[in-house]
Design a protein around this ligand. Sequence first.
Ligand SMILES: NC(=O)c1ccc[n+]([C@@H]2O[C@H](COP(=O)([O-])OP(=O)(O)OC[C@H]3O[C@@H](n4cnc5c(N)ncnc54)[C@H](OP(=O)(O)O)[C@@H]3O)[C@@H](O)[C@H]2O)c1
Length: 403
Amino acid sequence: MSNKNKIGLLGFGTVGQGFYTYLQQHGEERKVKEIVIKNSGKNRNKHNVKFTTDTCHLFQSETDTIVELISDEEQAYRIIKEALQNGKKVVSANKKAIVYHLEEFIKMEKEFGGRLLYEGAVCGSIPIVRIVNDFYRFDNISEIKGIFNGTSNYILTQLLTKGISYSEALQQAKEKGFAEENPVSDVGGYDSLYKLLLLSAHVYGKLILPNEALHIGIENISQNDISFARKHGLKIKLLASVKNVRNEIFISVLPTLVHQESELYGVDNEINGIKIYSENLGSQFYKGKGAGKLPIGHTVYSDYKISDGYRYTYNALENRNDFKYSKQNRHLIYSDRIYLLEKHLSDIEYLSDKSGFGYLTTEKLIYLKEYLYKNQISVIALNEKIKVKILNAAVKHYGFAFA
Ligand SMILES: NC(=O)c1ccc[n+]([C@@H]2O[C@H](COP(=O)([O-])OP(=O)(O)OC[C@H]3O[C@@H](n4cnc5c(N)ncnc54)[C@H](OP(=O)(O)O)[C@@H]3O)[C@@H](O)[C@H]2O)c1
């Protein structure tokens, strides 16, 4: 075996072990001299490989690829940076480290000749980064919309179908290896947003930082909301969307009511689903496992295998001034305590004395986020068709809807 193509592997948790399984299956495990982990005290005797907490050997000349699969974003950032400064090929699944530093990483790729691939960071086993970077290069994408986070989708599915509590569903997601010990990033919508922003960089050349964009998670979704969705034959999904309307880019992550006619309605549990709308291809739908040892291990291994001859082109970055990021788009939302938001909403319509619909801009929702979180007020986006269906059902039931 050549001495030149060693792999510097960091992390041996869910994804690290998945990646290593693929190396073993293909007789490549000897390319890894030692695996960098955090806790040297963990019992890993059953694995016939050397572990270390020392990163010194990582950037030696015989190592040409760094595979970074750790759960510490700050350390991940330092590792990716140093690897790129050494002109290495880097494969990472760490969306947060990448989204906050993408501009810097792209510059380093150009300056030092290395490359950074991160398919494993975005929607699990769906090769969506390559799809938008390569396949969609020649068509204009008007919207990417989907379920980007396996943990929150798993929880929402369990709430709706099994009638269990939020905390029980979250515990199950942890036991199955979908949710992290600290699940805030998943259920708070951050994880979906990081992925969305990475896709937005490829499609529109916009490098938007997470704190500039709207993300509301599923923490405030109540049993009332679940019953409401069930009663109307709907599901609540955490939908991420990046949309281009006349060269204005709108970005959001919001709990959303989804109708049976939508392909996303059937995307349950830890599965991810993505719809892409483009000028000439119309709509396309992708669905696949969003989390787990072997699905993400496979995606990372696939990046590793193509990393010799492949790099992201970021074509849209050249035309980044063609698009303007805007927060002035309006969202139609439902809340079971809409009366608490009355002064912020426009065109409010009540469904009962407390619940109903109204419109808010992205900017207003960002402003209200803290208030919603503190008071555990849920807001759920929906489209006009679903609103009409719900209002008609109310008229049928009560003979009237609240004005
Ligand atoms: N799990 C998924 O389904 C999934 C899906 C897509 C993307 N990802 C991403 O993949 C990455 C890894 O996730 P995971 O689920 O495999 O995490 P995990 O199961 O918690 O494992 C994390 C690994 O990182 C090591 N580690 C943590 N901090 C470190 C540090 N400062 N220095 C060296 N090693 C460190 C840990 O060492 P010890 O073993 O010593 O604790 C452990 O081996 C994350 O960026 C995550 O967001 C995960």
